[in-house]
Structure formats: C-alpha cells, structure tokens
Design a protein around this ligand. Structure first.
Ligand SMILES: Cc1ncc(COP(=O)(O)O)c(C=O)c1O
Length: 402
C-alpha cells in the first residue's frame, strides 16, 4: 500500500537505521560496541528509581498538560542553582526534549517558514522540521576550526521574510562545540534586529570540559521575549527512557500557544514526572561525577582515535559526541562493512554516518558521529576495531594498498 508522500520523504534516523545490521551481527554472536547512540551506561540516580519503585497510586491518571506543578517548581529551583531566574509558569514539561522541539516548530512556524541552523546538527531536528513543514536553512560549520560558530554575517545572509528563528544546540550534538557568551550575544542581537527567535537546545548543559563555562541562553534576560530553551532529563540524569523534557521560555505567548498542542496529547508521562522530580533531589555531586566521567572517556577516546592513520578529530569541549573524518569513500558503507563483514576478537562497532546530520547534500559523507558514552575498556576496544576495520576496508573495498 502507498504511504504518504510526506513520510516517504522523511529520512530514517542515521543513528538507528543500521540497527538491522547490528542485530544480524549480534545474532552471529559478535559483540557490537554501540558508538552510534547517546545511550549512557551511567546509573540513573537512586532517588529517581526509588520514586518509581515506591509509586503507590491505585490509578495512573492523566496529569496536567503543561506538566505537574511539583516538577515545574523543582526545575525552577534547579535553574536557580545556575543563577537563572525561571518561574514554574515559564516551563512546559514535554515528552522528552524531542517533543519540545516538535512543539516549538509547530508553535512558531507556519508551513514553508524557515529556521536557520548550523550544520552538522542533531539529525532528528530534520524530522521534526519536516512534520511541521519547516524548511531548515543550514550554515555550515567545519571540522577545520572545530565546528565553531560560523560568522554572524553568514546567518544574516540566510534571513528572509520566512525566517522565524535560529536554532542552536549547546553543548552541541554532534560536534561537541560549546557556544560562548559572545557568540550567543551576537546571534541574539541579530535576532532582535530581524525580530526572530533564538532557540537553544541545552540538553547537555552540564557536560562541559576543560573548565569551560557554559552560558545558558536563558541568562540573557534583556532578550527574553525571543529566547526559547529546549531541555531534557534524558542525559543529565541518565533516564532516556523516562521521556521527560521541557520547553523553557519567559515568553508566555509561546507557552500559551504550545499548550494547545500539549492539551491534545493530554499529558507527559505521569509516573516519570514523579521520577524526574526525584532526580532533581539527587546530590549535587551526582551530575559532577557524571561530567567528570565523560571528560575522562572523551580524553581516552580522542587520543586513541587521533593515533589512527588518516583519521581526523579534534578535542570537543562538551556533550558526549564528536564528529570524525574517516579515510573512506563513504562512511555509511564503512559502517555497514563493520557490522556485516568485519569483527576483531569477537567485537565490532556501530557508528552513525554523519551525512544525515547535514542539510546540504553530499556533506559529511566521509564523517561519522561517535558517542563516547561507554566505559573506557569498551571505547578502547571500539577504537581498535575501527583502526583494524579501516585497514581491511581500504584494502578490500576501496582497493588501496596503504
Ligand atoms: C541535542 C538533543 N536534543 C534533544 C534530544 C532528545 O532528547 P529526549 O530523550 O529528551 O527526547 C537529544 C537526544 O539525543 C539530543 O541529543
């Protein structure tokens, strides 16, 4: 049967579309090291798990569409710890940061409106933009300068009557770049000049390294009408399956409009809201320990990957991903080769080909996104597999004699 043209035009997630190959490898008894997806192996805070275990209601009822007040109050207190004055009324709880992005596009844009976004970008944004029939206008950032923000002039060139906003992700998925105070201010001035929004996805807010300070877009109170923050509990508290996120903005009109969407989907997951509120009571050193662990893993993985001949990657400043240039003709072909045709000591890797993280066709074809969410031993084994796999791939598939 014929499916809609709309869905037929959507991409399958480059993070998940090679899963059939990894399943086949696993069925053959090969241990697949998953570098493709940001699923941490870190334990969820005990407070959150205990809250689920002790949930004692007789009925799991529908909750409030904008999210339970206790959770919004808890989140407001959490922001206060970072010096951000946010009231519970500035927060809408969503079914993950994913729904927050979807609601944001649906609320701000009509079909064929445009959003400007630095590429490579978090690939699922493409599908959310497609659902809302929003066109993404890319500004290309480059591995040559560690994916720094392109010039403000490059953003301005892409603004037209249809532009509703600029969307960033900081710390960035997939590049690991953390946007500075000056970069954000520059963009906010541009947004004010053209009367558009700045949306920043801050779901990796805590994961900044080398002493780099994180600047939240919410700290720019003088631009507060045009600032929207996307947030999530998934990574911060290693509770990706709980599906709790948020839209945070002091622009009440935005939240009032988004509420129509929230009411139609009734409420965010009710038991998980209780767990999320409990996670906010985890000791302050929980998140710090997680951050320090990711920083160690980053150091291990980057220094090992940089020793592989022909591989290029630089030290990311945040999140838990980086984009790597591979000495291959096509990173997707290489990713499939690793899953279907290669193993070393019973192991192989699954990487996310980066082409789907770009709007511009052809870009990222020789790049992959690597998530360093696993323990050091697994990461080192994965890098070993990549090094050995590259040698075989280049010789047997590309016909190159190194
Ligand atoms: C940048 C970014 N935003 C949003 C999300 C979605 O997160 P959630 O699990 O809260 O839907 C992710 C998930 O990987 C992400 O990396």
């Amino acid at each position: 049967m014929q499916m809609s043209n709309r869905v037929s035009g959507f991409q399958c997630s480059p993070i998940r579309r090679l899963v059939p190959f990894s399943r086949d490898a696993e069925e053959k008894g090969i241990h697949v090291i998953h570098l493709n997806i940001g699923q941490p192996d870190i334990k969820t805070p005990k407070e959150a798990l205990d809250a689920i275990r002790s949930y004692d209601k007789d009925i799991i009822e529908y909750g409030i569409s904008e999210g339970e007040l206790f959770l919004r109050q808890g989140l407001a207190r959490y922001y206060e710890k970072y010096g951000l004055k946010i009231s519970p009324e500035d927060i809408m709880i969503t079914t993950g940061g994913s729904e927050a992005i979807q609601f944001m596009f649906m609320t701000l844009c009509d079909p064929y409106d445009e959003f400007i976004i630095p590429e490579p970008y978090y690939t699922n944004v493409a599908t959310f933009a497609n659902i809302a029939m929003v066109t993404l206008r890319p500004v290309t950032s480059s591995s040559d300068d560690n994916f720094a923000l392109p010039s403000i002039a490059e953003f301005e060139k892409r603004i037209n009557k249809k532009t509703m906003g600029i969307m960033l992700c900081s710390p960035n998925n997939p590049t690991g770049h953390v946007y500075s105070h000056e970069e954000l201010r520059g963009l906010l001035e541009l947004c004010r000049k053209h009367d558009i929004f700045l949306v920043v996805d801050e779901v990796y807010r805590e994961f900044c390294y080398d002493g780099k300070r994180f600047t939240s877009v919410l700290s720019f109170t003088d631009y507060q009408d045009r600032v929207i923050c996307i947030d999530s509990f998934s990574k911060r508290f290693s509770m990706c399956g709980a599906r709790i996120g948020a839209i945070v903005t002091r622009n009440r009109e935005v939240l009032e409009s988004a509420l129509k969407l929230a009411q139609a989907r009734l409420c965010p997951p009710a038991v998980e809201e209780v767990a999320a509120a409990a996670a906010l009571n985890a000791p302050d050193d929980y998140v710090e320990a997680v951050r320090a662990e990711y920083e160690r893993r980053r150091n291990v993985m980057i220094s090992r990957m940089q020793r592989i001949p022909g591989v290029r990657c630089s030290l990311p400043k945040g999140s838990f991903y980086f984009v790597v240039d591979l000495p291959v003709d096509d990173a997707e072909r290489f990713a499939i080769f690793m899953l279907r045709d290669f193993s070393y000591n019973g192991c192989t890797t699954m990487i996310a080909p980066a082409e789907g993280f770009y709007v511009t066709p052809g870009l990222g074809r020789q790049q992959a996104r690597i998530a360093y969410v696993l323990n050091e031993e697994e990461l080192l084994m994965a890098a070993e597999c990549i090094e050995r796999g590259l040698k075989v791939y280049r010789r047997t598939v590309m016909g190159i004699k190194d």
